[in-house]
Design a protein around this ligand. Structure first.
Ligand code: SAM
Length: 232
């Protein structure tokens, strides 16, 4: 039987798949270390909320969008020498920073509470020839993640929204980092970011904020974590 690839016009006429996670859009971003290609669901709003039965909560599928902070964090780490550095990404979504830092030599663990996000991060790494590990992890239940550390580099993009996120990350970040490690957080000046930074400045040795190519997105670098006490 003859097999031929469908013409572009035929593809455009095809019905999208029933599962919106499989209705994909491809994109790419030019970074200092070279371009990164990625795929993501076409319509994040069509995806189901994620159910957290234990916490009796559900969350919007924020992981499925390409957020400017994720792109800017990928840009910031790209092209630098991270050879052999143990790195962790929290709330990785589609995983662009993880891919960029892995291509720059880091040993990367990409994490998110959404298993779907991690499937996309893994595919995005693979299509760029990057090696990353992935693990499901919620910040309120992170003992297993802490035991895989400490990490010299912790990355997070656009995670400083909601008081619960702020509280959980404030408690968790010092537990994840080596004494000489650094946290890089890219953030689009969310309403609670100022509170987070104020609390962080009080406990950490230094917090340095620099602009990115996107005016509202800033990069915050935290070093010198406060000592973790037995109570957390
Ligand atoms: C706004 S999205 C940003 C995604 C990605 N970092 C980016 O910039 O494109 C927030 C991400 O954090 C994850 N997230 C939110 N709260 C979390 C929690 N408590 N534990 C783990 N991941 C969480 C979400 O699943 C989502 O992928």
């Amino acid at each position: 039987m003859e097999h031929r690839n469908p013409a572009p016009a035929e593809i455009a006429r095809q019905r999208p798949p029933d599962d919106p996670r499989l209705d994909l859009v491809a994109g790419s971003v030019d970074l200092p270390g070279g371009p990164i290609r990625y795929v993501h669901p076409r319509d994040a709003a069509a995806l189901l909320y994620e159910e957290d039965v234990a916490a009796d909560q559900s969350y919007p599928p924020y992981w499925a969008e390409v957020w400017p902070s994720g792109v800017e964090l990928a840009r910031a780490v790209s092209g630098q020498d991270w050879q052999g550095v143990p790195a962790l990404e929290l709330g990785c979504g589609l995983g662009l920073p993880s891919v960029a830092v892995a291509l720059a030599g880091a040993r990367v663990l990409a994490t998110d509470r959404s298993a779907d996000a991690l499937a996309f991060a893994a595919v995005n790494a693979e299509q760029n020839g990057a090696r990353i590990e992935t693990a499901v992890c919620s910040w309120d239940d992170a003992d297993a993640l802490v035991s895989r550390g400490p990490f010299r580099l912790v990355l997070a993009a656009d995670v400083l929204y909601g008081q619960r996120n702020i509280d959980e990350l404030t408690a968790l970040l010092p537990r994840l980092l080596t004494a000489d490690g650094v946290v890089w957080i890219a953030d689009p000046d969310r309403p609670l970011t100022g509170d987070f930074l104020a609390a962080t400045r009080a406990g950490w040795q230094s917090v340095e904020t620099t602009p990115t190519q996107v005016p509202e997105v800033h990069l915050h670098r935290l070093t010198g974590p406060p000592r973790v006490t037995a109570s957390g």
